[in-house]
Design a protein around this ligand. Structure first.
Ligand SMILES: [Zn+2]
Ligand SMILES: [Zn+2]
Length: 337
């Protein structure tokens, strides 16, 4: 089969790759659309601690069922599906404790094993979800990033009319905005870039510029109380540290952004007790695909409108362009006819 392969840092090519065969309880998927995520760019740049080259990236995948292995009875050939890319071991402590998203032996499709930048891939049947009627492959490929938002909003236990401050309006920040709005929250989004704030506003968030006055403006809007919920989606250490002052006493901080390995975050120690703040991490997702697909099907998620479609076989040029100028593509999706 044909694939777009990360051969080594900064080296990507379109070429042949052995076509996988579905084993028992596995499904061969014919790829229709695969998103470009920051994680894929990390593999391209040689910054992923997990990728072993050569590797086929892409974990935001929509495809159609091409063939099924033995034991798979509930999927029809040609059916449109999305892929849940996180494969947990089922044996480690977090798996036994019901948190497979924190699996100690996690394998991610498109990172540890071949992903969606190819004609075909093999996926366990348990990790496939049928795409609702009327949702295109391009739109369905957003199910995975939307699940990140669903999981974070569930972790935050967001309530109706609750004030939620979201730091960062990149692709994950936008997913958080739309899911929090779907949960009924009043969403205020902050970013340093005007262009990102424009998108956040179009999606229904109130916006605040993330400059030196952010805390003052937030306090003005919240009767000097701070935000009951702060969700962090920048991956920037300074922004993470700022959550402790932005959050209201008794409030919740949800950290979704990733900092590089070894980066330390400082919090004012007294606030842990004085504010009795809850700080929650949120890692990938758990059982969130059905809800993400529902949000896409009913039109509660609109940010795919702001994404750019590319032909899958132009992946080497697209990655080289994004690496040179990360701002040139806000969110990209590869499609294959
Ligand atoms: Zn991703
Ligand atoms: Zn495990």
């Amino acid at each position: 089969m044909k694939a777009a392969i990360f051969d080594a840092p900064h080296i990507m090519r379109v070429g042949p790759w052995d076509q996988p065969k579905p084993g028992p309880n596995e499904v061969l998927i014919s790829v229709r659309a695969t998103g470009i995520c920051a994680g894929d760019l990390h593999i391209y740049l040689g910054k992923s601690p997990y990728a072993r080259y050569p590797i086929i990236g892409g974990h935001e995948i929509c495809g159609s069922v091409q063939a099924v292995g033995s034991g798979v009875t509930d999927l029809k050939s040609g059916q449109l599906v999305v892929v849940e890319p996180f494969l947990s071991c089922g044996r480690c402590y977090p798996c036994r404790a019901g948190k497979p998203n924190c699996c100690a032996n996690m394998e991610i499709i498109g990172v540890h094993r071949a992903g969606g930048y190819a004609e075909f891939l093999v996926v366990p049947a348990s990790h496939l979800y049928a795409v609702p009627e009327g949702v295109s492959p391009f739109w369905a490929s957003f199910a995975e990033p939307v699940t990140i938002g669903v999981h974070a909003c569930r972790r935050a236990q967001i309530k109706h009319h609750e004030f939620v401050l979201i730091l960062g309006c990149g692709p994950i920040g936008l997913a958080l905005i739309e899911v929090a709005l779907a949960f009924g929250a009043r969403v205020v989004a902050a970013d340093v870039l005007e262009s990102r704030l424009d998108t956040a506003r179009l999606l229904g968030a109130e916006i605040l510029k993330a400059d030196e006055q952010l805390l003052d403006r937030l306090l003005e809007q919240t009767n000097q109380e701070g935000a009951p919920v702060v969700m962090e989606a920048t991956g920037n250490a300074k922004a993470m540290e700022s959550t402790a002052s932005l959050v209201a006493a008794g409030g919740r901080i949800i950290i979704v952004g990733l900092v590089a390995q070894g980066v330390q975050i400082q919090f004012p120690g007294l606030d842990f007790t004085r504010k009795e703040m809850t700080i929650l991490g949120s890692r990938t997702e758990m059982n969130c695909f059905p809800e993400a697909l529902k949000l896409l099907a009913v039109g509660k998620v609109q940010y795919p409108k702001f994404a750019t479609e590319f032909d899958l076989w132009s992946a080497p040029e697209v990655f080289s362009r994004i690496a040179q100028d990360p701002g040139s593509v806000h969110k990209g999706v590869f499609v294959r006819d």
